[in-house]
Design a protein around this ligand. Structure first.
Ligand code: PMP
Length: 404
């Protein structure tokens, strides 16, 4: 059992008032709040060891390099990667996906196919569209059903020897659907395709095991897992990272440079051009330690309780429709109140101190599927409570009364 009051005390921002009301933060899908240990680690880095890494002989540079590489090993252990050099620091999920998509430009040719799913965030659609435009490959879409689940029989029939890449999220940010990625990975490999898993929404709720999954790429963002913004991870199997060309050129990623020819550095540096976000990389390690200290099993169990509690309470509101009712889903609820624009609800409940996301959630094709402009999305974290859900439900009723 989690001691929620103790956990909440770790997050200074949660004690704040917003618009004169205690903050109820239900926008965790967009970004998570940061515990004091993470805030302290940021300050400690700049107070004590700030220096550029991998190039200085001086003590601070060595300390910063050691801390950065230790964070890489922590992340390696966390996702159970075979080698630390399979863990590439990027600026976030978006950067990670673009790095892979860009690399595949050297592999794809006209007639090849890339599959994405109907449930993707724009950042797992647009880079693949750009890749297809560049190479003449075709982008195909794995459809979803009314519940917001991918239709696996359709996935099976879309796969062929033409499929070179499947890019799918582990968990949908807009609906919370947990996709059957184990099955999807196995099927992609049966036709010789590579598969990238967008773990941006999964990593706050579970601990991925990339060896057990056998995915080729797994990507996520630090800011959604209690870490700083500006850092993310690209995990790639060694053989793929060796094969793909680097995404960006510059300092740090080279072995030798002359005007005639440049040779690239070994992994992971080949994909880490320029000065990275050193502090954020190091502190991501702190955030992961913090989450593991709470325990992902505890987090998942508690968040499922919040999901069930909130779903039941919300369904008591007349005219409320939930989008995304998959059997396997995480603590995200997307919904609308009949006859009311989601934006108007979001604006009113903000005045009551409640933070939710309204709109298309960077997943416009999902909104088009349901023929709606957007939804109100409440996304819960392990530091949220059923009391907050009660406040939220009352606020929604108030907004409904005002707007109808
Ligand atoms: N994929 C999914 C499923 C997401 O939820 C997000 C963030 N909302 C992203 C990708 C993009 O992440 P970032 O903006 O941190 O690059």
């Amino acid at each position: 059992m989690l001691d929620i009051q103790k956990i909440r005390a770790d997050f200074p921002i949660l004690a704040q008032k917003v618009n004169g009301k205690p903050l109820v933060y239900f926008d965790n899908g967009a970004t998570s709040q940061k515990p004091q240990v993470v805030l302290d680690a940021i300050t400690k880095y700049y107070k004590e060891i700030n220096a550029n890494i991998h190039r200085g002989v001086h003590t601070l540079s060595q300390l910063a390099t050691d801390a950065y590489e230790e964070a890489r090993r922590k992340i390696q252990n966390h996702i159970h990667a075979q080698f630390a050099h399979e863990v590439i620091f990027t600026s976030g999920t978006t950067h990670s996906i673009n790095a892979v998509a860009n690399g595949f430009a050297s592999i794809l040719k006209a007639g090849d196919e890339v599959l994405v799913s109907a449930l993707e965030h724009h950042s797992n659609i647009v880079p693949w569209q750009m890749l297809c435009e560049r190479t003449g490959a075709t982008l195909k879409v794995i459809p979803m059903n009314e519940q917001g689940e991918l239709i696996l029989s359709e996935y099976d029939s879309l796969l062929s020897e033409k499929t070179k890449m499947v890019a799918v999220n582990h968990i949908s940010n807009a609906l919370g659907t947990i996709n059957p990625i184990e099955y999807m990975i196995e099927k992609a490999h049966q036709v010789g395709a590579a598969i990238l898993i967008d773990g941006a929404q999964a990593t706050p709720h579970l601990k991925p095991d990339v060896i057990a999954l056998d995915c080729d790429f797994y990507v996520f963002s630090g800011h959604k897992i209690c870490g700083p913004t500006g850092v993310g991870i690209l995990y790639g199997k060694e053989e793929w990272l060796q094969k793909l060309p680097p995404y960006q050129g510059g300092g740090e990623m080279i072995a030798t440079v002359s005007f005639e020819k440049t040779t690239y550095a070994d992994l992971p540096h080949k994909f880490e051009a320029g000065t990275p976000n050193i502090e954020a990389g190091i502190v991501l390690g702190t955030a992961i330690d913090y989450l593991n200290g709470i325990g992902f099993q505890n987090i998942a169990t508690y968040e499922q309780r919040l999901l069930e509690y909130a779903t039941a309470k919300l369904l008591e509101i007349e005219g409320l429709k939930i989008y995304g009712t998959a059997k396997e889903k995480t603590s995200v609820i997307s919904f609308n109140l009949e006859g009311i624009h989601p934006y108007d609800v979001g604006t009113i409940i903000d005045k009551l101190g409640i933070a939710v996301r309204t709109g298309h959630h960077c997943a416009q094709p999902i909104m088009d599927f349901y023929k709606i402009p957007g939804t109100i999305r409440a996304s819960f974290a392990f530091y949220n409570t059923t009391d907050e859900i009660d406040i939220f439900v009352e606020a929604l009723k108030k907004a409904q009364k005002m707007l109808l």
